[in-house]
Design a protein around this ligand. Structure first.
Ligand SMILES: *[C@@H]1O[C@H](CO)[C@@H](O)[C@H](O)[C@H]1NC(C)=O
Ligand SMILES: *[C@@H]1O[C@H](CO)[C@@H](O)[C@H](O)[C@H]1NC(C)=O
Ligand SMILES: *[C@@H]1O[C@H](CO)[C@@H](O)[C@H](O)[C@H]1NC(C)=O
Length: 564
């Protein structure tokens, strides 16, 4: 009897122990997201105007995500990441949430931080949310994040952390919090550095904990700040790029440089606390850069067509890279199409979390391909880039085919909007490989390399990652006709195949699938602006205005110091 119960106890203990070690073995997940950074604003595809040695090193030591796709704007892109679903299935398919609008990513969706929290992770968001805040239940700490340090709305000033919406008559409002409380400390500190320091703190505090870490560092960079002073960086950082003639582009280079340093600091923090080996680190931009027009930051999506908020590759194909010691084919380019909604199932698999089929995900688990050998067979898949019946616009990719019907802004942003600058070259470019190898990221990651990161390997990867356009063969006016491209051989969307007999079956299949997806779409969640949102009614801050009673006496908010 005693023997049996001792045996059962032992069995029991062993189980607990193996469960614990399974939990301990779950990898830390670190997602570093850029905002509105252009496809060509990293140097790993051959851009030489300003270098991004840390981001490049992440790609060279890990895997460069060659065909990473995201919805073309902030709210749908973040919604797809966190829900694993298409924006049409979370009500975020039309435009974005402006701060004074009372809506959010549907509460129906179960979000990635909820899933990871349930699996024992500490879940943290540092930086931007932009998925709704007009009610407290829309905000990050009510949607799965244990902790949030950052802002709720679309963007803020890089130093003063206030924002003014360009589309409505609303006052400047303060938008920065620690969980639900306004956070006033360190006002005036450049926000890219501030968010990075907070992420470093979380990583360090986490070092001796059993619990795995889920950390999303959601940067403001390189989104514009308020209209009156859109591009902001510390003066000494701007000085480093004095060789760039265009003063706006010079500031933008400094903003990206700070972002690149952030990647180096995060990798260093993981490394110096011995957590790197058990971490998956992803860097990517939420959508293409707005090169011109609203919120334009001078970012470049060269050589792709279009930009943020367009159906073209310049809007939806984004810069990205992943590193984990668990990736077998580190150092090789990942060529399969990957969609941001894939991260939820993919990272769940990496963390050995079983997902409930009731989640009805649109993303697919690509962890076996991502972590497996370099020649893993391609998984056939579709990506619905956009389906917005308000703007009568759809773009769907199935396999190598991409269908576009309609466009935004009457087609003003449909062309290639930027070209590579060949005169203002980064002086470090002549020693590019050395610059990359000397980066904080490369120093930490090279320890895990089986082959040394030689100049040859760097040049080869950079050459292989270059996107080459063919010649313009048959253009398409998306306002008048449908467009069909073989996106694999025509990444720059220059040969409309819609009239090609040979492709009529493909066309029919794509049209039919758009209709099917349309039938499955929920209504867009958009709701009209509410005057109650005005920060003047809430001590000059952006607040959960649907529930907070406005103050009777409006305040004058357009000066520094309020409410902090
Ligand atoms: C959320 O769920 C409700 C009730 O089931 C449904 O009517 C609505 O369409 C859903 N919203 C979204 C955006 O999926
Ligand atoms: C816009 O704001 C100004 C100044 O607060 C106010 O006088 C004006 O009535 C507002 N206009 C609208 C359309 O709300
Ligand atoms: C393409 O756009 C036209 C015009 O808006 C529309 O009538 C048609 O249904 C669209 N086709 C698909 C497959 O969405």
């Amino acid at each position: 009897m005693r023997g049996l119960s001792a045996f059962l106890l032992l069995l029991c203990l062993q189980r607990v122990k193996s469960d614990e070690s399974a939990a301990a073995r779950r990898p830390n997940i670190i997602i570093i997201m850029a905002d509105d950074m252009g496809f060509d604003d990293v140097s790993f595809r051959g851009g030489r105007e300003f270098l991004t040695p840390n981001i490049d090193a992440l790609a060279y030591h890990g895997r460069l995500l060659d065909r990473l796709y995201a919805p073309a704007m902030c709210t749908p892109s973040r919604g797809a990441l966190l829900s694993g679903r298409y924006p049409i299935h979370t009500g975020t398919q039309h435009f974005v949430i402006s701060n004074e609008e009372p809506w959010a990513l549907t509460l129906n969706a179960t979000l990635m931080p909820e899933i990871f929290k349930e699996a024992g992770y500490s879940t943290n968001l540092v930086g931007k949310w932009h998925l709704g805040f007009s009610r407290p239940e829309y905000t990050p700490t009510r949607r799965g994040f244990d902790y949030h340090f950052g802002y709720w709305g679309a963007y803020i000033d890089y130093f003063q952390r206030r924002s003014k919406m360009p589309v409505a008559n609303y006052s400047l409002g303060y938008d920065f919090r620690r969980n639900m409380e306004l956070e006033c400390r360190d006002r005036g500190v450049y926000v890219t550095d501030l968010l990075t320091a907070e992420a470093e703190r979380l990583i360090k505090d986490h070092a001796d904990k059993e619990q795995p870490l889920f950390l999303m560092l959601s940067h403001l960079a390189a989104h514009t700040a308020n209209e009156d002073d859109p591009l902001q960086a510390p003066e000494e950082e701007i000085q480093k790029f004095s060789y760039i003639k265009d003063p706006n582009r010079r500031k933008y280079a400094a903003m990206i440089s700070k972002l690149d340093q952030s990647v180096g600091r995060i990798i260093t923090a993981l490394s110096s606390t011995d957590q790197l080996e058990n971490s998956i680190v992803i860097f990517y931009s939420d959508n293409g850069a707005p090169s011109v027009g609203m919120f334009s930051n001078t970012g470049s999506n060269f050589p792709l067509r279009g930009q943020k908020n367009t159906p073209w590759e310049g809007g939806v194909r984004v810069a990205g890279a992943i590193w984990s010691s668990g990736l077998q084919a580190r150092g090789s380019i990942f060529r399969q199409p990957l969609y941001v909604a894939d991260w939820l199932p993919t990272l769940s698999r990496a963390a050995d979390i079983e997902l409930d089929s009731s989640l009805k995900l649109d993303g697919i688990d690509l962890w076996p391909e991502l972590s497996g050998s370099a020649d893993a067979p391609h998984v056939p898949r579709e990506i619905l880039h956009i389906l917005d019946d308000v703007w009568r616009l759809s773009a769907l990719q199935m396999g190598q085919w991409k269908y576009v019907n309609g466009t935004t802004a009457s087609g003003r942003y449909d062309s290639v909007l930027t070209y590579r600058e060949l005169d203002d070259l980064d002086p470090r470019d002549s020693r590019y490989a050395v610059t990359v190898r000397n980066s904080a990221t490369s120093r930490a990651l090279s320890r895990y390399d089986l082959r040394r990161l030689t100049q040859q390997r760097i040049s080869l990867t950079r050459r292989l990652a270059a996107v080459r356009c063919g010649d313009l063969q048959r253009s398409c006016n998306p306002l008048l006709e449908e467009c069909l491209y073989d996106i694999l051989s025509d990444p720059c969307e220059q040969n409309n195949l819609v009239y090609s007999e040979r492709h009529s079956d493909v066309l029919t299949a794509l049209r039919r699938r758009v209709q099917e997806l349309r039938a499955s779409a929920s209504r867009p969640g958009n709701r009209a602006s509410m005057p109650e949102a005005d920060p003047t009614l809430h001590t000059c801050a952006w607040e959960s205005f649907e529930v907070l009673k406005p103050r009777i006496v409006p305040l004058e908010c357009d000066y520094v110091g309020v409410p902090c």
